[in-house]
Ligand binder design. Sequence first.
Ligand SMILES: [Zn+2]
Length: 67
Amino acid sequence: MSRCKGCDAVLLSDEIALHRKLFGLGEQRYLCLDCQAAYLNTTRQRLEQVILQYHRRGNCVLFTKWE
Ligand SMILES: [Zn+2]
């Protein structure tokens, strides 16, 4: 189980997928959505929308398909 390197929260697969999108595949440790938002100086809601967009497009292998 992966944990956020900022606040130690348990990470969801979507949070890891977004982190890999935004910060690249080289990172071995990830940030949760709240910490990513803080780091990027944006809001959690904004990042949730980005995740939603990737899911809707459905062409990114990092994001597991929603049924
Ligand atoms: Zn965190």
